[in-house]
Write a protein that binds this ligand. Sequence first.
Ligand SMILES: [Ca+2]
Ligand SMILES: [Ca+2]
Ligand SMILES: [Ca+2]
Length: 254
Amino acid sequence: MRALIWMGLAGVAVMTACSEPGTAPGPVPPEATVYSATGPIGATVNQFRAILGPVNGGIAGEQPAGRREINWDGAAAIPFNNRNDFPADFFNTTVKAGAVFTTPGTGFRNDSTLFSEINPDYAAQFLFFTALEMFAPVGSNQLDQSFRVAGQPTPALVRGFGIVFSDVDLADKTTIQLFREDGSSLGTYSAPVRSDEGGFSFVGVTFTDAIIARVRITLGTGALGANVADISAGGAVDLVVLDNLIYSEPRKIL
Ligand SMILES: [Ca+2]
Ligand SMILES: [Ca+2]
Ligand SMILES: [Ca+2]
């Protein structure tokens, strides 16, 4: 904790999710612990991993402890690389990691080219955190991740979720919003703006109990496209892509 403060670019905060303005006071919301970092994010990412526990990889079925982590780099994903049809349930069917995605866009892309096959200029914006693949929705800058008992259709909950982003240029536009099973919000948490050549940002949130059923991931302010430039390269929108997703072991809803 102290070391993170010394870095000046990483932090941990305890927050209480706020109710929406105008809504009646409800029960006291659960306390969230927020981890965020930009620039040299490795120490914070490792801290977040350690808090969630050892990685369970693609082991099917609910494990007693630990975390799951999607780095997009595995051999099984390679047949789908650099196409716009990456299966939304790949990380619960092919790789049994308990993650299913949806997007208002047209698909998903696992990319090993820094998205330069979409637009050659993107290679100057994005960088993978883990080599050599990263991920983005197609035709949208938003995707939702929901959780399953690993390898099963059974809905599940997690107590912690964190994500590594590449090329966050604008403050408070790249966010994760966490939702309970009943659809109520557990708060929206922003990724910090990039601060160095690497361009990585991390935000992660934990609760004491497994209460997160879904995460809405918003990547900057626009979707990737052949004629769409990033805001730091003269464009009108902040383009952001994602790499590692780190979340606690999905638990069957009791
Ligand atoms: Ca990766
Ligand atoms: Ca940029
Ligand atoms: Ca950007």
